[in-house]
Design a protein around this ligand. Structure first.
Ligand code: SAM
Ligand code: SF4
Length: 404
């Protein structure tokens, strides 16, 4: 490890640790010396430098987690994420270049960001995604590099991504029924050139092309992630009434033999996704359904800044979480910032306020100037989002343009 200022090392030593894997399988990223006894802990607390003022908001929340959208494009068209008619894409020249992404990432990491998640659109359709991960991996102080993906290209790319330093994976999957997958994602599957030895499960042959159903590609990606030791492999499932709320128990059953963290996400409103209160299934309602089947379902302790409430059926390898942004928001401990593919800093997923870091970068702003702009935006962050009914009326971008 290159030399770090002592204060920075102390500050990091005090951060909550990454949860270990329930299955006992290797965890992709870990920290040595996790448990500190009270003496050293007290010493560290007294001597640690304060967290970056630029990344601390007026309510004292320290932002150490940055989500970067790598693209606005996607190979799926999920109903809850984008309008049926599609979105107008930003001209290529206005999107962040790879160098601009890395310049911003470097600046944020220097200030104290220790976790970056790459998202989109679909991050795995960006041709240089492996290179971006590798270059992020070289940033001193960055402890976790995660990706949120729809899983379609995952099985193919994961070995290279892992070698490049990818430490955490979230894979979106909203149904275990292949035909329903096509309906939700508004896409049938991919035509694939046939290669020797490449016989995917339940592909349809058509001359030299195979039509591979999206669902099976995602499942292949999930199994590849498990095989490569990611643990837990997080599976994001947006729950919508009348669409997939009848599959909750099937998803939980998957965690019996697989080291998954199935995360049920409350359906959130964004421009063009036709959100309405009746379609949203609340965390409490989901939990009731699960308890009827597994009364022994147990809540697990969680990190303070975690967005998830996590449970496990005793004896199951995996676990189940709920992301309760709507019915029980976690704004009080929010430590997340977002950069959109066109270079806007967004301090709250549900706020319309954005500031263009791209424009300042291209105008030749110095690091200090950029930090002042970032600090001002973080300083304006509200205490909490406006509540689910208000945010459903507010102008915001479609989720696909924000990056989740
Ligand atoms: N394409 C990638 C994927 O699908 O995982 C990454 C981008 S996607 C916008 C990031 C996450 O946001 C996904 O897990 C997706 O399920 C979630 N998401 C999108 N729209 C949502 C909505 N309306 N409510 C809740 N979650 C949503
Ligand atoms: Fe694409 Fe992800 Fe949005 Fe689905 S949720 S349309 S996969 S960006």
């Amino acid at each position: 490890m290159a030399a770090w200022p002592v204060s920075r090392m102390l500050r990091r030593a005090l951060r909550p640790s990454v949860r270990s894997c329930s299955s006992g399988a290797p965890v992709a990223q870990h920290r040595p010396g996790e448990e500190l006894s009270q003496g050293p802990r007290q010493f560290l607390r007294e001597h640690a430098a304060p967290f970056s003022a630029f990344l601390t908001d007026s309510f004292g929340r320290q932002h150490s987690y940055l989500r970067i959208s790598l693209t606005e494009r996607c190979n799926l068209r999920c109903q809850y994420c984008m309008p049926e008619e599609g979105v107008s894409l930003t001209p290529k020249a206005d999107l962040l270049t790879t160098e601009e992404i890395l310049t911003l990432a470097r600046l944020f990491v220097k200030e104290g960001i220790d976790k970056i998640r790459l998202t989109g659109g679909e991050p795995l359709i960006r041709p240089d995604v492996v290179d971006i991960v590798a270059r992020l991996h070289q940033l001193e102080g960055l402890r976790t590099i995660g990706i949120t993906t729809n899983g379609i290209n995952l099985a193919r790319l994961l070995p290279q991504l892992q070698k490049s330093g990818l430490s955490a994976i979230n894979i979106s999957l909203d149904t275990l029924v292949p035909a329903k997958f096509e309906f939700i994602a508004r896409r049938k599957g991919d035509q694939m050139q046939r290669r020797a030895g490449d016989i995917p499960t339940r592909a349809y042959a058509a001359g030299e092309l195979w039509l591979v159903l999206g669902f099976h590609k995602v499942m292949e990606g999930i199994h590849k992630a498990i095989e490569l030791g990611y643990c837990p492999v997080k599976v994001n499932c947006v729950v919508m009434r009348g669409l997939n709320d009848d599959e909750l128990l099937d998803f939980v059953a998957l965690t019996k033999g697989l080291p998954l963290d199935v995360r049920f996400i409350e359906y959130m409103p964004f421009d063009g996704n036709k959100w309405n209160f009746k379609k949203m299934v609340s965390y409490k309602e989901m939990l009731d359904t699960l308890w009827q089947q597994w009364p022994e379902l147990k809540k697990l302790p969680g990190e303070e800044s975690s967005t998830a409430k996590t449970f496990r059926v005793p004896g199951f390898q995996g676990q189940v979480s709920f992301i309760t942004s709507m019915s029980d928001h976690f704004c009080g401990t929010c430590n997340r910032l977002r950069i959109t593919a066109d270079g806007n800093l967004k301090v709250c997923l549900f706020g319309s306020s954005e500031v263009s870091l791209r424009d300042h970068l291209r105008a030749g702003a110095s690091e200090e100037e950029l930090l002042r702009i970032i600090g001002a935006a973080v300083g304006r962050k509200k205490r909490q989002h406006a509540g689910m009914f208000s945010i459903s009326q507010m102008k915001n971008r479609p989720m696909i343009l924000i990056g989740g």
